[in-house]
Design a protein around this ligand. Structure first.
Ligand SMILES: [Zn+2]
Length: 356
């Protein structure tokens, strides 16, 4: 971190930045315009990727690599070098098919085998996948979600694969930038024209920084996941109390560890009488798609009408809250049924056993 702050501190001194003289740490002015993720697809390539890594190292720039599983398996040492240099390694399928034309099973194999190859190389599974050609649909996204992978496309396509010159690639990368937004630039390190890409990278980085953009791995820029839960009905049952599971769902695998606070608030159901108080933080770990709590419901000896309470979600950390209030209805069906049955059915009891 210090290494990255230093240029900003030096720049602040040289340029006489507007930071108040009393500030102990000068603001990092490099991020004044926004953040950019440089992403490189299709590698690693034995020839291009080590050269690209050298260029990024020389420029103290971190990038994100969407690798193909077959090459990750072939060149695990290049993946390890990426991680050592602070880059992120993500999933770009095993051998680059159009995923929407494949069966679910085949899409799953494409993504899963790549997860395995990457994990074998660097000891960690990716949290992001990028479908080849950006070819995707709800089915592909759902398979990704099952594998704890969140889909990530791009905001700027340099079309560097189409044989453009260094200056054309650079112009394309810079043209689509949006200040104060997340910018994701798509380039390639393993197609026929990658030499031009490699030539363009140093000047792209220089210009981005001159314009006030920071470079960041994609994962740290990902939109935060959103947690939500449907309203639900639980049965009070005839036992003195029971625990019911309440599940909260993320809109995709969590990209970082996060948490939120849950409180149970009385409605017609009363805290302490109908349910036990809840006021706690619920953790969502990286890669998880759900989190749950257990709510203790107290039974009622008398048949009752349904009662309600609500679970309030607030104080999110590392995620967003989609449902602020989840209605929970405590039904009393079993007891209503028992009461009704008692009225309409002849009651057959075993011969009474008198107890002293
Ligand atoms: Zn690709």
């Amino acid at each position: 971190m210090l290494r990255r702050l230093l240029p900003a501190i030096v720049a602040g001194i040289v340029l006489g930045s507007a930071a108040p003289a009393s500030a102990l740490i000068p603001p990092d002015t490099r991020c004044r315009t926004g953040t950019v993720a440089l992403t490189f697809d299709d590698g690693p390539s034995k020839e291009q990727t080590p050269r690209l890594l050298k260029i990024l190292r020389a420029n103290d720039a971190q990038a994100t690599f969407f690798v193909q599983g077959r090459f990750a398996k072939k060149y695990p040492e290049i993946l390890r070098q990426m991680v050592r240099d602070g880059h992120a390694v993500e999933n770009h399928s095993w051998n680059h098919p159009e995923l929407t034309t494949r069966s679910d099973r085949s899409v799953e194999r494409q993504l899963e085998s790549t997860q395995t190859a990457i994990e074998k190389a660097i000891g960690r599974k990716p949290g992001l996948f990028r479908p080849p050609y950006g070819d995707t649909d709800a089915g592909v996204r759902a398979i990704g979600k099952r594998l704890e992978l969140r889909q990530q496309l791009w905001t700027i396509d340099t079309r560097d694969w189409s044989g453009l010159s260094k200056s054309k690639i650079r112009a394309a990368a810079l043209r689509g930038l949006r200040p104060h937004r997340s910018n994701v630039i798509l380039m390639h390190d393993n197609v026929g024209n990658s030499p031009a890409t490699l030539k363009a990278v140093p000047s792209i980085i220089k210009r981005l920084r001159r314009q006030g953009y920071c470079l960041a791995p994609l994962e740290s820029m990902m939109p935060l996941g959103t947690v939500s839960a449907p309203s639900r009905t639980v049965e009070a049952g005839d036992k003195p109390s029971r625990l019911v599971k309440i599940t909260f769902e993320m809109d995709g695998p969590a990209q970082r560890n996060g948490s939120f606070r849950v409180r149970a608030v009385s409605g017609s159901a009363q805290e302490g009488i109908d349910f036990r108080a809840v006021d706690r933080r619920v953790a969502v770990h990286r890669g998880q798609t759900t989190a749950e709590i257990r709510l203790r419901i107290y039974g009622d000896p008398k048949p009752n009408q349904a009662k309600t309470l609500s679970l309030r979600l607030d104080q999110p950390r590392g995620l967003r809250i989609g449902t602020r209030s989840v209605a929970v209805t405590i039904a009393d069906d079993a007891q209503w049924e028992a009461a009704v049955r008692a009225l309409i059915e002849p009651v057959v009891r075993p011969a009474a056993t008198l107890t002293p």
